[in-house]
Write a protein that binds this ligand. Structure first.
Ligand SMILES: *[C@@H]1O[C@H](CO)[C@@H](O)[C@H](O)[C@H]1NC(C)=O
Ligand SMILES: *[C@@H]1O[C@H](CO)[C@@H](O)[C@H](O)[C@H]1NC(C)=O
Ligand SMILES: *[C@@H]1O[C@H](CO)[C@@H](O)[C@H](O)[C@H]1NC(C)=O
Ligand SMILES: *[C@@H]1O[C@H](CO)[C@@H](O)[C@H](O)[C@H]1NC(C)=O
Ligand SMILES: *[C@@H]1O[C@H](CO)[C@@H](O)[C@H](O)[C@H]1NC(C)=O
Ligand SMILES: *[C@@H]1O[C@H](CO)[C@@H](O)[C@H](O)[C@H]1NC(C)=O
Ligand SMILES: [Fe+2]
Length: 466
């Protein structure tokens, strides 16, 4: 047995040497079995009768000077205030903001009291301390506001999707938290997977909130809704889509003139981030269509050079899992993305990792036969990063042969780090869970489509196969 493993490891190393630069499908093979959700007692409530839990924060306005602080108190609706102050100035006045408090019922589940407080007029690039709860149940956290929006402001995002609450999910989150670079998370949808439990057991929304708190309480997570946020279950009388998600995760949608929290935009450092909903109507004249049509021309690349879109169901995906589910949205919006030179599109849904080349497929007009993706310097790179590690397991069945538009693909769990350096350059790495956090299994430079629309492939990206 021991000898077998030595031989096996050697084989993997030889393969890595052979495959570096050029093999677009990683040869890395991992266990095909899904992990179970960790038992609920792995996600204990903080001590105390009504102690605040499931703390999470997100940007609270369009510019980055506000933060929405959200938390749950399990038993009583009060206290529903957040107390906060500048970390560098502990003796200054401690300010308070009152929360809007809500709760919901789902089948036979009743949520705790869910609080959302927006704290405004914060200083840019400043660390704040905040406290929730009272007396010996007080809990203290901190966050740093983003720097003032500007074209050359460096900033680093983490990118995570389809996380769930298994031991694989935990490994993804532990790796992300261990990496000191990420300052905010772009989350591409599918949070708790509560709906994979009988009756959509909404206690799994609570355990997920406690699970991710070690990151979500300290840095803003930019939320996107996925199909596992729908919680649509007519068989148990649950006919309103997104109800648990919309009660629990507030976003600043009104600040971008959106009419729904499911699609919105924010400016953050040198990035303009547009969040779309794959599971809301996007046909012509729908609110999401009308909003996006007016939104894209508003982006000022002299202010925010990096135009990034988050959505759940990928438009370019060469995995047999969820194959072509994003196609109808691609048909509606892709020409706009090319026209407005979107830099990057992050999606989840498919539980594996894939990075595309810069391609578009916008020429087709029913009769001309031009229906093949082609290289396009104005097109985004599409990244599928639904590999957070949820209960449904890995999607390890790729289409063969690998399409030419697919630059790299691998069926492993992991997360990515996107480092915006200045208006022209961004460095991007994908970290598979199997490796230590420091290892980048896929890494490349991205050149800004507005300021520096050069071909990234000339400067070769590097991928390691194991
Ligand atoms: C996640 O992993 C860390 C590090 O291995 C461990 O300390 C922690 O208990 C795990 N979390 C859960 C919820 O199991
Ligand atoms: C807080 O104080 C109360 C009353 O003194 C006590 O019953 C409770 O156990 C304490 N809770 C914690 C988390 O220390
Ligand atoms: C909800 O209903 C399910 C199925 O009947 C049952 O197993 C569960 O214990 C119920 N939960 C509550 C809180 O009543
Ligand atoms: C589609 O493209 C073909 C070839 O370019 C052109 O002849 C035709 O007029 C186009 N049809 C429409 C409806 O635009
Ligand atoms: C992979 O997907 C294809 C297309 O859906 C299917 O025909 C094939 O059986 C799948 N292979 C495995 C090993 O599941
Ligand atoms: C932008 O960042 C890249 C990568 O760090 C660097 O090579 C380039 O010189 C920078 N551009 C300017 C104008 O500083
Ligand atoms: Fe999904």
């Amino acid at each position: 047995m021991f000898r077998f493993w030595i031989v096996f490891c050697l084989w993997v190393q030889v393969c890595a040497v052979v495959c570096i630069n050029g093999c677009g499908t990683s040869s890395y093979v991992r266990k095909p079995f899904a992990s179970h959700d960790l038992p609920i007692h792995h996600f204990p409530s903080p001590p105390g009768f009504n102690a605040p839990q499931q703390v999470h924060i997100t940007q609270g306005d369009h510019e980055g000077r506000s933060m929405i602080i959200s938390w749950v108190t399990p038993v009583q609706p009060t206290p529903n205030v957040v107390t906060y102050w500048e970390a560098a100035n502990p003796n200054c006045i401690h300010k308070q903001a009152h929360a809007k408090t809500t709760y919901y019922r789902y089948y036979n589940y009743t949520s705790g009291y869910i609080h959302h407080a927006t704290i405004r007029r914060l200083k840019y690039d400043t660390q704040y301390i905040y406290e929730l709860g009272k007396h010996n149940e007080t809990r203290r956290f901190s966050f740093t506001t983003p720097p003032q929006v500007g074209p050359d402001v460096p900033y680093t995002f983490g990118v995570i999707g389809d996380l769930g609450q298994t031991c694989d999910s935990n490994q993804t989150l532990e790796h992300y938290v261990a990496n000191p670079k990420g300052k905010a998370v772009l989350f591409v949808g599918d949070l708790s997977y509560a709906d994979d439990h009988p009756f959509h057991d909404n206690r799994r929304w609570d355990s997920w909130g406690r699970f991710v708190e070690k990151s979500t309480a300290y840095q803003p997570w930019i939320w996107t809704a996925g199909n596992h946020e729908l919680d649509l279950a007519p068989e148990i009388g649950e006919n309103t889509p997104f109800r648990p998600y919309l009660h629990r995760y507030y976003v600043p949608y009104k600040a971008s003139q959106s009419t729904s929290p499911l699609w919105y935009s924010i400016k953050h450092a040198s990035a303009y981030i547009i969040v779309l909903s794959s599971y809301s109507a996007y046909g012509k004249y729908t609110p999401q269509y009308n909003w996006l049509e007016q939104e894209l021309p508003k982006v000022n690349r002299a202010e925010t050079p990096w135009l990034i879109v988050l959505l759940h169901s990928p438009w370019y995906n060469s995995n047999n899992y969820h194959y072509m589910e994003g196609e109808s949205m691609r048909v509606m919006f892709e020409s706009w993305f090319v026209k407005h030179k979107v830099d990057l599109v992050f999606a989840g849904h498919v539980h594996s990792y894939e990075r595309s080349k810069r391609i578009s497929n916008v020429k087709y007009n029913i009769t001309n036969g031009l229906s093949t993706p082609v290289c396009d310097a104005s097109a985004p790179v599409y990244i599928t990063i639904g590999d957070g590690g949820n209960v449904e397991g890995i999607a390890n069945n790729f289409t063969e042969p690998q399409p030419s538009y697919s630059a790299f693909r691998e069926a492993s769990f992991g997360h990515a780090i996107l480092e915006l350096k200045n208006r022209t350059h961004a460095h991007y790495t994908w970290h598979r869970n199997h490796d230590g956090e420091a290892v980048a299994a896929d890494s490349t430079w991205f050149y800004n489509r507005y300021w520096y629309p050069h071909d990234e492939d000339q400067l070769s990206s590097s991928t390691t196969m194991s």
